[in-house]
Design a binder for this molecule. Structure first.
Ligand SMILES: Nc1ncnc2c1ncn2[C@@H]1O[C@H](COP(=O)(O)OP(=O)(O)OP(=O)(O)O)[C@@H](O)[C@H]1O
Ligand SMILES: [Mg+2]
Length: 320
C-alpha cells in the first residue's frame, strides 16, 4: 500500500478536491493522514472553510470511524530554514540569511531549489517516525502541481543528486528519490471525460512512466449520470421531428408541436455528450491504469460533498 499519494491533473479538474477527499478516505478507521499543499494558494483552507494554514501541521478534519486528517501548506522559505537547520545547524544564521535576501533568491529565483524543498518536506513527513518507532502518518496525500509540471517537480532531486555528487545534500536528494520512485508512492491524475484533459492525462502518464515514477490511477471527476438508456440515446441521434409532429397531430395534441423541437434538440445534445464520453472512456481504458469515477456534485464540492467523495473513493479502493 502506498504511503505517499500524489494527486496531479489538468488545472481545474479537481486536484485539490480529490486530494482532500482521498486524505479523508484514507483516514477512516482510526488512521492519521497528512494532506499537503505545495503551491502556496491556500486551497485546502478554502475547501475546509478554515483560516489560512500556517506552516505547521494542523488537524483539520475527523474522518468516519475516528481517523484524523492533518493539513500542511508547505512554504518553500520555511522549508529552506528547516533544511539549513537540519544540515548545518544554522538556526539564527538562517534568519540572518533571510534578512540578506539569500532565501528569497533560493526560493523564488531558482525554481528548481523551491521544488527540492517542497518534495523534501513531503518525503520527510512520509518517513517521520514516532518515538516508539511507528510512522507519524499512515498516509501523506499531496495536492501537487498540474500534469504539465508534475514529472519535473517530482524528479528534481535526481538532478540535485547528480550535481552534488557527495555529502549531505547528495544523500538527502537520494533519500527523497528513493521514496518517490518506490512502491511507497503512487501518482494519480485527475481528469474530466473531455478530450483535452484526457489527452493531457495520456501524455502525463507516458512522461511519468518514462521517468520511472510510479503511476497510480486516473480519477475521472465530475461524472454526470446519463438520463437516457441506450435505445433512447440512439433514437435521440436521429431526426424524427416531422414524424413526431405528425404523430402528435394525429393524436390531437398538434398544438404542442412547438415544444417538440427544443426537447428533441436537448435530447440530441445529450446523445452527443454520451457518445463523446464513450470515446473518452475508451481512450482512458487504453492507458492500462485503474480508473475511478467520481460523481458531479450538484450542490458544489462543500464539506458534505467532500465526505461523499471520500466514501466513493473508499468504496472504489483508491490508495488501498
Ligand atoms: N465532483 C465535483 N462535483 C462538483 N464540483 C466539483 C467537483 N470536484 C471539484 N469541483 C469544483 O470544481 C472547481 C475546481 O476544483 P479544484 O479547485 O479542486 O480543482 P484544481 O484542479 O485543484 O484547480 P487548480 O488547478 O486551480 O488548483 C471547484 O469549484 C470545486 O468546488
Ligand atoms: Mg488546486
Amino acid at each position: 500500500m502506498s504511503r505517499l499519494q500524489v494527486v496531479s491533473g489538468k488545472g481545474g479538474t479537481g486536484k485539490t478536491t480529490v486530494a482532500a477527499a482521498l486524505a479523508l478516505a484514507l483516514a477512516t478507521e482510526g488512521k492519521r493522514t497528512l494532506l499537503v499543499e505545495v503551491e502556496g494558494r491556500q486551497g485546502i483552507a478554502q475547501l475546509f472553510e478554515t483560516e489560512a494554514l500556517p506552516y505547521e501541521e494542523r488537524k483539520i478534519a475527523v474522518a468516519p470511524g475516528g481517523g484524523e486528517v492533518y493539513a500542511l501548506a508547505i512554504d518553500a522559505e520555511r522549508a529552506l530554514l528547516d533544511y539549513l537547520q537540519m544540515f548545518y545547524k544554522l538556526g539564527s544564521a538562517g534568519r540572518a540569511l533571510k534578512k540578506l535576501g539569500a532565501i528569497d533568491f533560493a526560493t523564488t529565483i531558482a525554481p528548481g531549489v523551491r521544488d527540492v524543498l517542497l518534495t523534501g518536506k513531503a518525503c520527510e513527513a512520509v518517513r517521520r517516525r514516532e518515538k516508539h518507532g511507528g510512522f507519524c502518518y499512515d498516509h501523506v496525500v499531496m495536492d501537487a502541481p498540474p500534469t504539465g509540471r508534475i514529472t519535473r517537480f517530482l524528479n528534481v532531486n535526481d538532478e540535485v543528486a547528480g550535481l552534488a555528487k557527495i555529502g549531505p545534500i547528495h544523500h538527502q536528494a537520494q533519500a527523497v528519490m528513493r521514496v518517490l520512485k518506490s512502491p511507497e508512492t503512487a501518482v494519480h491524475l485527475v481528469t474530466l471525460l473531455e478530450e483535452m484533459p484526457v489527452q493531457e492525462t495520456a501524455d502525463g502518464i507516458a512522461e511519468l512512466r518514462e521517468a520511472g515514477l510510479p503511476v497510480g490511477g486516473v480519477v475521472v471527476n465530475m461524472v454526470r449520470p446519463h438520463v437516457l438508456d441506450e435505445d433512447a440515446v440512439r433514437a435521440a441521434r436521429g431526426d424524427h421531428r416531422d414524424g413526431i409532429a405528425k404523430a402528435l397531430a394525429s393524436a390531437g395534441v398538434g398544438g404542442s408541436a412547438r415544444l417538440v423541437g427544443p426537447l428533441l434538440e436537448q435530447a440530441a445534445e445529450h446523445a452527443q455528450r454520451v457518445e463523446l464520453e464513450r470515446e473518452q472512456r475508451e481512450a482512458l481504458a487504453k492507458l492500462q491504469v485503474p480508473t475511478y469515477e467520481l460523481p458531479f456534485l450538484g450542490e458544489g464540492a462543500d464539506i458534505a460533498g467532500l465526505y461523499r467523495l471520500a466514501r466513493e473513493l473508499r468504496k472504489l479502493g483508491v490508495g488501498a
